[in-house]
Write a protein that binds this ligand. Structure first.
Ligand SMILES: [Cu+2]
Length: 131
């Protein structure tokens, strides 16, 4: 009898652990789609340290980059001047067009409300809120 209870308790623990893992996966799935109408969702809320992926579903290239156009210096440490340098991978700037069907990712380690735009079409805007 004790053995059965032990097995049941173990199963319950595994079930709870399994559910916890599922929640984690959804939190990490922070994807923003880019179409000819712009960024969707326009505003995305994430946690500090989360990675955001921009998926280009348009037929044209788009270039996500931190506000403000054209310097891209709003996000701490970011600047269009760092494109093409060793610091390129650590700044909130794709530094080039994300071509049709491609994606680009950035991990937000700074809390705040970070506005961005499409450097190739600066009339398209979005916002990432890092809590
Ligand atoms: Cu720009």
């Amino acid at each position: 009898m004790k053995k059965i209870l032990f097995i049941l308790a173990l199963l319950a623990i595994l079930l709870i652990a399994g559910c916890g893992k599922k929640v984690d996966t959804t939190v990490q799935g922070n994807t923003i789609e880019i179409t000819d109408k712009g960024f969707s969702p326009k505003e995305l809320k994430i946690k500090q340290g989360d990675k955001v992926t921009w998926m280009n579903k348009d037929s044209l290239g788009h270039w996500p980059a931190s506000a403000m156009h054209p310097t891209h210096e709003k996000y701490p440490g970011s600047s269009i001047k760092k494109c093409g340098t060793s610091e390129e991978s650590s700044i909130f700037d794709a530094c080039k067009n994300v071509e049709a069907g491609s994606s680009w990712s950035f991990t937000f380690n700074e809390k705040g409300t970070w506005a961005y735009h499409d450097h190739s079409n600066p009339t398209l805007f979005g916002k990432v809120v890092v809590e």
